[in-house]
Design a binder for this molecule. Structure first.
Ligand code: KG4
Ligand code: ZN
Length: 356
C-alpha cells in the first residue's frame, strides 16, 4: 500500500510517500506491526527562518507560506519516490487534520481534498499527536512493542502522557496545565537572548554549563497526578536573571550556559519522574518518547537510563523524525484507515484542538 502523507499544522510544509507492502496481512487491531515500512520520500520545507524574527510562529504567515510551498513540496516528494503514475500507484492520502493552527491546517486539507477528488482516492484525516507517537515506528530495527505502552509526547504545543493499549487505542493520562515543555525551552531561550526555536539553542549552550549551579523548581513533581506545569519554571528563570542583574552579576556566556543547563535539568527531571511514576502505576513494560523536544540529548539519555534502571523497554524516534514531518502522518493515517476506513474527502475537516 502506497500512502501519501501531508502535514501543514504548524511551520513545516511536509509531504511524504510511505510504502507498507502487506496491508492485508498486517492487522494493527490484532497488535501486529507492519512487517516493513519503506519511506520512499520525506520532504520537509521549514519556515523557521521566516518566523524567527517574530520569536514564534505567526499563524497567517505560516498559512501563506504553506500555500506558496505545498505544490513544489508535493511534486518533489512524488519525484523522489519515483511515482510516475499517481492514479495507479497511490492508494491512500493522509492529511493532518489537527491539532494545530487553523489557517495552517486548512491549506494542507484543501490541497489533500483537491488531489483526493481529482484522482478519486480515499482521504483520511490523521492526528498530528498520533503521528508523533508513530514516528517511533519509522525505525529500521524497530521491534514490535508489547501493549500497553506509555508515550511521553513533548513538543512546542504539547506535553502529554498517553497510555496506548493498541495501535488505535489511546488514553490521555496527563498533560500540561499551562505551557508545553518545548514552549518553555523557547521562552527561556528568548530570556537569554538566544534564537528561535529555543530548544536546540538551549541544549547547545547547556553542554558547557553546570546544571547544579542554579537550583530551579520542579513544578508538580509531587502532585498526585501525571500533569505538568512549565510556566512557573520559566518565571523562575526570569526572576533568577533579574536577581543576578540586581546583584551586579554580568550575564556572560558562562552564566547563560549555567542557567540553560540548570533549566534543562529541571525540565527533564520532571518529565522523567512523572513518566516513571506513570509507568509503575499503569504497569506498562515499555515507554516511548516523541515530539520535537525528543531531539534533546539530555532528555534522550535520561529517558534511556530511567528505562534501563526500571527494567522497561524504551524507544525514541530517529533524530530525523523527531520534528514535524509527513512520514509520521502517513503512518498515523495508515493505522486510522485500518480502524475506520475513509470517510470520503468531503468529511475531512480541520480540528485545531484535536486531542486523544
Ligand atoms: O514537534 P515540533 O517540531 O512541533 C510541534 O508540534 O510543536 O516541536 C517543536 C518544539 C519547539 O518548542 C522546539 O524548541 C523544541 O521542539 N525542540 C527542542 C529541541 N529541538 C526542538 N527542545 C529541546 N531540545 C532540543 N534539542
Ligand atoms: Zn509536532
Amino acid at each position: 500500500m502506497m500512502i501519501l502523507g501531508i502535514e501543514t499544522s504548524c511551520d513545516e510544509t511536509a509531504v511524504a510517500v510511505l510504502d507498507i507492502p502487506d496491508l492485508a496481512s498486517a492487522r494493527p487491531r490484532t497488535g501486529k506491526s507492519p512487517e516493513e515500512i519503506k519511506i520512499r520520500a520525506n520532504i520537509v520545507s521549514s519556515q523557521i527562518k521566516l518566523h524567527a524574527e517574530f520569536g514564534g510562529v505567526v499563524p497567517n504567515l505560516a498559512a501563506r507560506e504553506h500555500v506558496k510551498n505545498i505544490s513544489h513540496v508535493f511534486e518533489t516528494a512524488l519525484k523522489t519516490a519515483g511515482i510516475a503514475n499517481f492514479e495507479k500507484e497511490i492508494d491512500l492520502i493522509a492529511v493532518t487534520h489537527g491539532p494545530g493552527l487553523g489557517p495552517a491546517l486548512l491549506v494542507g486539507i484543501a490541497f489533500a481534498k483537491t488531489i483526493a477528488m481529482t484522482h478519486d482516492k480515499p482521504l483520511i484525516g490523521a492526528s498530528h499527536l498520533e503521528g508523533h507517537i508513530f514516528s517511533n515506528w519509522l525505525n529500521n530495527d524497530f521491534k514490535e512493542p508489547k501493549f500497553p505502552l506509555l508515550n511521553l509526547v513533548v513538543s512546542g504545543g504539547h506535553t502529554e502522557l498517553v497510555l496506548m493499549r493498541d495501535y488505535n487505542d489511546f488514553e490521555l493520562i496527563g498533560e500540561t496545565m499551562d505551557d508545553a515543555v518545548g514552549e518553555a525551552f523557547d521562552k527561556v531561550a528568548r530570556l537569554l537572548g538566544l534564537g528561535y526555536p529555543g530548544g536546540p539553542e538551549i541544549s547547545r549552550i547547556a553542554e558547557k554549563g553546570n546544571p547544579k549551579k542554579f537550583p530551579l523548581p520542579r513544578p508538580m513533581l509531587h502532585s498526585k497526578n501525571f500533569n505538568f506545569s512549565y510556566s512557573g519554571l520559566k518565571t523562575a528563570v526570569l526572576y533568577l536573571l533579574r536577581d543576578l542583574k540586581e546583584k551586579g552579576v554580568a550575564i556572560d556566556e558562562q552564566v547563560k550556559a549555567d542557567i540553560a543547563a540548570s533549566f534543562q535539568e529541571a525540565a527533564v527531571d520532571v518529565l522523567i519522574q512523572k513518566t516513571k511514576q506513570a509507568a509503575r502505576e499503569k504497569e506498562v513494560s515499555a515507554i516511548f518518547l516523541s515530539g520535537g523536544v525528543s531531539a534533546n540529548t539530555a532528555l534522550r539519555t535520561a529517558f534511556k537510563n530511567m528505562a534501563e534502571e526500571n527494567g522497561l523497554t524504551y524507544s525514541y524516534p530517529p533524530l530525523a523524525y523527531t520534528g514535524d514531518n509527513a512520514a509520521m502522518i502517513a503512518l498515523a493515517g495508515y493505522f486510522a484507515y485500518q480502524k475506520n476506513g475513509s470517510t470520503g474527502w468531503q468529511n475531512v475537516d480541520m480540528k485545531p484542538n484535536l486531542g486523544f
